[in-house]
Write a protein that binds this ligand. Structure first.
Ligand code: FES
Length: 117
């Protein structure tokens, strides 16, 4: 992790996650139970396109989970895997964040926004 754009949350019990943006800056963000990860990122102003609005049509919400974060999230469904397969650049822990619904058990999650291709 390179640098922090925001101070860590004062209360570490608040559900949160860490995201590295495309400039390599790490943000610690508060999460909201039941929201899509894509919506939480957008609400915090972390830039990425998501032109289909979560309809699993654009794959612009591409993120990469850290190795230790994979177990915190349910595995992708077949339709998400098929959309990921269309990307020109795929990583071992690539996911589409519009398909991930936040639960507080995910707190501590680490991910980065995939570079545009
Ligand atoms: S926002 Fe389009 S596939 Fe996720």
């Amino acid at each position: 992790m390179k640098s922090h754009a925001q101070s860590p949350l004062a209360d570490n019990k608040t559900p949160h996650f860490f995201v590295e943006d495309r400039a390599g800056v790490i943000h610690q963000l508060e999460a909201v139970e039941g929201w899509r990860l894509m919506e939480i990122l957008r609400d915090h102003g972390i830039g990425m396109d998501n032109t289909c609005g979560g309809a699993l049509a654009c794959a612009e919400c591409h993120i990469v989970l850290s190795e230790q974060s994979v177990a915190l999230i349910p595995p992708p469904r077949e339709d998400e895997l098929e959309k990921l397969d269309e990307l020109p650049m795929l990583y071992e822990n690539s996911r589409l964040c519009c398909q991930i619904i936040w639960t507080d058990e995910m707190s501590g999650l680490q991910l980065k926004i995939a570079q545009e291709t």
